[in-house]
Write a protein that binds this ligand. Structure first.
Ligand code: PLP
Length: 402
């Protein structure tokens, strides 16, 4: 930024970690090394292949440790979207023979799930989207009431990307299983943030994505409980135990491995640190800016996320004003930002239209400090006041012609 002829570096604060995270330097180093030194094809028998295969094996262990399963149950994918598609389309294809073609998902799923169940709808499946409470929770009672004899597949996310609410997956899963339905959870926003154990949760399929926990983009995994019938994501070679054909992206998967190890190692300390920073930011905003309210639960959410509505403000204007001050936030899911579309999550929580369009998501991460949080909180009252004056000015202007 140039002021008075001098160049002033803007202090930048990145508070959009649910959209993506910066790659950890140790991850970048490992990816670089794998790319330069481990070019072998993991399916080759010679030593080059064996070395690349050893990297995949190591990554499979790391992912299994992160999600709480066996390495043999991990299939590498190109990220969260592919994992969700693979889980739902693969399960649906395998289940069609049973004639039970009813799929249930929650109304607050990520588009990767919502659009996929809609696609199943076009293929003759009946689709039910479950409502949520005003705190963004799917209650077990709601699922129990929606399940029917032909329900064979249920997909409910572990943590929501916009408000951070964590769903009662164990209870939901038990209900699905009592009705012989498979259960998938999109754990893209919880993996690496809160401890998880796929076996304790009881799920059959669980999706993760490396770039949400300081790994590279374009790589993730689907955990598939042993014995789960699933059509292959891709047909071709025999990679990934015939589940997903194609030569594995060894460097990216190595990055996923390092990111998973780091997340597992740091979570104990990092989660409470982020929760304290997040609570500090939230309390300061709610205290110092009138007409604000939190969207989503106070308890039972991932530690890094808060979503706040600002009365009389358009979220996009606030996002841009903050960006000009060097603060990066989001209006909710990154995929729908820039479109002024109301948030489908806040809509499902029963909020009126204006509140689905005046809300900002702050999602914290490794680099954020208390000092930074205080600076952001101190900026907000002035920015919000200015934007409200502009809005009030527009509202009182009489049009020149009728
Ligand atoms: N699921 C959830 C809950 C997400 O937040 C995202 C990304 O925003 C995805 C799926 C998609 O993941 P990816 O970007 O790895 O395709």
């Amino acid at each position: 930024m140039v002021r008075g002829g001098a160049t002033i570096d803007l202090v930048r604060s990145y508070l959009d970690h649910n959209a993506t995270t910066p790659v950890d330097p140790a991850v970048a180093d490992a990816v670089d090394r794998a790319m330069r030194e481990e070019f072998g094809n993991p399916s080759s028998v010679h030593v080059y292949g064996q070395r690349a295969k050893a990297l995949l094996d190591r990554a499979r262990h790391s992912v299994a440790t992160l999600v709480g399963g066996d390495p043999a149950e991990v299939v590498f994918t190109s990220g969260g979207t592919e994992s969700d598609n693979f889980a739902l389309r693969g399960a649906a294809e395998a289940l069609e023979i049973t004639g039970r073609k009813h799929v249930i998902a929650s109304a607050i799923e990520h588009e990767a799930v919502l659009q996929t169940v809609k696609a199943l709808g076009r293929r003759g499946w009946r689709v039910t989207l479950l409502p949520v409470t005003q705190e963004g929770i799917v209650t077990p009672e709601t699922l129990a009431a929606a399940i029917e004899p032909d329900t064979s597949l249920v997909s409910i996310m572990h943590a929501n990307n916009e408000i951070g609410s964590v769903q009662p997956i164990r209870e939901l899963c038990a209900i699905a299983h009592a009705h012989k339905a498979l259960f998938h959870t999109d754990a893209v926003q919880s993996a690496g943030k809160i401890p998880m154990d796929a076996r304790t949760l009881g799920v059959d399929l669980l999706s993760i994505s490396a770039h949400k926990f300081y790994g590279p983009k374009g790589v993730g995994a689907l955990w598939i409980k042993r014995g789960t019938r699933l059509a292959s994501a891709m047909t071709g070679g025999r990679q990934e135990r015939n589940r997903r054909a194609g030569t594995e992206n060894v460097p990216a998967i190595t990055g996923l491995q390092v990111a998973a190890d780091l997340a597992v190692g740091k979570m104990d300390k990092e989660s409470p640190r982020l929760a304290a920073l997040r609570d500090r930011l939230e309390a300061k905003i709610l205290d110092t800016v009138d007409g604000t309210a939190r969207n989503g639960p106070g308890e039972g959410r991932v530690p890094n996320t808060t979503n706040i509505s600002f009365d009389g403000i358009e979220a996009e204007s606030l996002l841009i004003a903050l960006d000009l001050e060097g603060v990066a936030v989001s209006t909710g899911s990154a995929c729908s930002s820039g479109t002024l579309e109301p948030s489908h999550v806040l809509k499902a929580m029963g909020f009126p239209l204006h509140r689905t369009q005046n809300s900002i998501r702050f999602s914290l991460g490794a680099s954020n400090t208390e000092e930074e949080i205080d600076r952001v909180a101190a900026l907000l009252p002035g920015i919000v006041h200015r934007l409200r004056q502009v809005t009030a000015g527009k509202a009182t202007q009489t049009p020149a012609t009728a």
